[in-house]
Design a protein. Structure first.
Length: 87
């Protein structure tokens, strides 16, 4: 269950929103929640598309600068270990 949020609307805006909600078979609360969710999802989709385009455009530049590092933070080769009997 979601958190409750209160909003203030001008009377004319509230009446128009209630009418639109009624035409969609929704409560005012459901209508407003759907509008907000659609806006958030549209923004998220636009951001992800922009990020994908950025990565596609600059992949070669990044790889030329830093190389392809599949495991960032790990050494390039395993650390050498001393033989067990060499203590």
């Amino acid at each position: 269950m979601g958190k409750q949020t209160n909003i203030r609307l001008d009377e004319a805006v509230k009446a128009a929103a209630e009418e639109r909600a009624k035409r969609r078979g929704l409560s005012l609360q459901g209508y407003v929640a759907d509008l907000i969710e659609a806006d958030v999802n549209q923004s998220r989709a636009a951001f992800m598309a922009g990020a994908a385009a950025f990565l596609a455009a600059y992949t070669e530049v990044f790889e030329a600068e830093v190389g392809e590092d599949r495991y960032p933070g790990l050494p390039d080769k395993p650390a050498e270990t001393a033989p067990k009997d060499a203590a």
